[in-house]
Design a protein around this ligand. Structure first.
Ligand code: HEC
Length: 108
């Protein structure tokens, strides 16, 4: 059993940690939208694909999953003739912003 004072201190540390993490790493949705124009050609407007069997829908997917997939395409861990060249030039900031944007879109 953790004493209430300790629990409160731990929670405070977590909130502070999250606050710091979000300023450093959380994606900028507006920038994500701006740089998503090249993705839309295949993944559809707002990440709602017209041909989901060929181009997976990105709308509403988990933000961490999206970011991790993009990192894996960029690193070559996952290879796809269409997607690999798209991810190759992305910066960490691009990935965070794109993931935040597509995760926040309503799946249709
Ligand atoms: C030329 C077409 C094309 C473009 C442009 C494109 N993609 Fe893709 N993308 C694909 C294909 C095809 C796949 C599925 C590949 C596979 O099965 O491994 C994919 C897969 C993905 C996935 C994995 C999704 C999942 O559920 O498996 C993510 C995330 C992704 N793309 C993000 C992006 C982002 C962000 C952009 C813009 C920077 C982008 N794509 C631009 C064709 C494209």
């Amino acid at each position: 059993m953790i004493r209430p004072g300790v629990a409160a201190a731990l929670m405070g540390a977590c909130v502070l940690g999250l606050g710091l993490a979000s300023t450093a790493f959380a994606g900028d949705v507006e920038r994500g939208e701006r740089i998503s124009s090249s993705c839309i050609a295949c993944h559809g407007p707002g990440g709602n694909s017209h041909i989901p069997a060929m181009y997976p829908s990105l709308a509403g997917q988990d933000v961490d999953t999206l970011a991790s997939m993009l990192e894996q395409y960029r690193s070559g861990e996952i290879q796809d003739p269409q997607m690999t060249p798209q991810a190759a030039h992305l910066t960490d900031e691009d990935i965070a912003d794109l993931a935040a944007y597509f995760a926040g879109q309503e799946p249709k």
